[in-house]
Design a protein around this ligand. Structure first.
Ligand code: ATP
Ligand code: MG
Length: 426
């Protein structure tokens, strides 16, 4: 790299440090391709599932409008549910368009869009349905979507990701509203097809019985990855992310064996990829031109399977939910107890609000946020037995380490607040 001489003296220490850092070669060809939201071109070991999806939605190309398909995609954390639906949807829509059909793929994260209103509004937004400025009811918005599809001869595959979460938060009426595609009276409903993504099948009882049994028959279950499967996935992802020769097979095998379901790991691809990324960062930080097993060990010691999973879950949590979570973490750390009491959490939360210069929410809202955190499996909350001073809610967190979690939550809170402030300035 040419020396940046702009007429100033370039022999001072700070200048040298910065120049040295800038001219250091990087081992990453594309670090961003290891980010959780990145969608790869191919998915090793999900070929069978993609084939099943293609077969389920084939009618959209062979005889569009003949019926409305609904498929359930189920599997544990990090087994590729989201990415399989996205990659399938992207390619299927592309093929349909080449064949002259206007097919749209819509992916809605129900954790980010928690209410029926938000889910329907998000579908409308992604389908680019023109909506009037005045606020519409959910029903009016849904009708506008159907009308838009009919008018423009569009078919859509809509994925409702984290569907179990939507079902428990929005309730059975909301779920029924979304999936009431049995209503044959409205032909345009057949333009809507669904993929529901869920961690398990326990929330299906919220559907009407015929939809439930239909979905169970159209279920695609994704199994945790074995170490040899993870090795292939890591090999592919590492080839995209690093320059040749930076990561040996030995390193990839080490990570794959640590995480593979056959070796006692979770079979979680997200976790495996996160370890690879952190190991790469550690190598880069040390100025090493290769990623070694030692870097992987460092990365593993920094990660906790649960914290990685939780960090994705709370990414879209509202600010006050995060501040309540922070209060819980701090209390648990300070007291060293397994459980903390609701009342104490509320007092701690008020202090957190003060620290971040925010107005605390009322008791009922705080309670609601705590229940949401419980539903998302971030915390555990239960009612105490009747003691001298009546019942109270006891709250706990069953994973850790809490110091890492605390740091993560504080960062997220700061990000949310600064985003809010820059939004206000605009
Ligand atoms: N077969 C695969 N090939 C390449 N990358 C994969 C594969 N499966 C998963 N991944 C990657 O692993 C990560 C986790 O996958 P994904 O987010 O789809 O999991 P998930 O099942 O939706 O998890 P969660 O239940 O937490 O939402 C993503 O970065 C994804 O790109
Ligand atoms: Mg997912």
């Amino acid at each position: 790299m040419p020396a940046l001489n702009m007429g100033h003296s370039n022999d001072n220490e700070t200048w040298k440090i910065i120049e040295e850092e800038l001219s250091r070669p990087t081992i990453f060809k594309s670090r961003e391709s290891l980010a959780p939201e990145y969608i790869p071109d191919k998915l090793p070991h999900r070929e069978k599932e993609i084939k099943l999806l293609a077969s389920a939605f084939k009618h959209l190309i062979i005889s569009p409008g003949s019926f409305s398909q609904r498929v359930l995609l189920v599997g544990g954390v990090g087994v590729g549910k989201t990415v399989t639906a996205r990659v399938f949807g992207r390619e299927f829509a592309r093929i349909a368009r080449l064949k002259g059909y206007n097919l749209r793929y819509v992916h809605v994260n129900c954790h980010r869009n928690r209410t029926l209103y938000n889910v329907v509004a998000e579908i409308a937004r992604q389908l680019e349905v023109p909506l009037p400025q005045r606020g519409l009811s959910v029903k009016e918005m849904y009708d506008a979507i159907l009308w838009h599809l009919e008018e423009n001869n569009i078919y859509a595959i809509i994925t409702l990701d984290e569907f179990h979460y939507f079902a428990s938060i929005a309730g059975s009426d909301a779920v029924y509203f979304i999936v009431r595609t049995y209503d044959d009276a409205i032909a345009s409903l057949k333009r809507l097809n669904f993929i529901f993504i869920s961690l398990d099948t326990s929330k299906l009882s919220l559907l009407d019985p015929s939809t439930e049994s239909y979905l169970l028959k159209h279920m695609i279950r994704l199994k945790p990855y074995t170490s040899s499967e993870l090795y292939d996935i890591l090999k592919y992802r590492a080839k995209q992310a690093f320059y040749p020769g930076v990561v040996d097979d030995e390193v990839l095998k080490f990570i794959a064996e640590y995480e593979g379901s056959d070796k006692g790991g979770g079979g979680n691809a997200r976790h495996a990829i996160e370890i690879l990324l952190l190991a790469g960062d550690a190598a880069e930080h040390e100025g090493s031109d290769r990623v070694t097993i030692e870097h992987v060990r460092k990365a593993i010691s920094k990660t906790s399977r649960e914290i990685i999973n939780i960090s994705e879950t709370i990414l879209y949590s509202p600010l006050h939910e995060l501040m309540i979570l922070l209060a819980i973490i701090r209390l648990l750390r300070r007291t060293g107890q397994t459980y903390v009491k609701m009342g104490d959490v509320e007092r701690e939360y008020e202090m957190v609000c003060e620290e971040f210069d925010q107005q605390p929410r009322r008791h009922t809202q705080v309670y609601g946020y705590i229940m949401n955190l419980k539903k998302a499996n971030v915390i555990d909350a239960r009612t105490s037995g009747k003691g001298l001073r009546g019942r109270t809610t006891l709250i706990s967190i069953h994973y850790g380490p809490l110091d890492l979690l605390e740091q993560y939550v504080v960062d997220l809170i700061q990000k949310k607040i600064s985003m809010k402030q820059s939004g206000r300035r605009r």
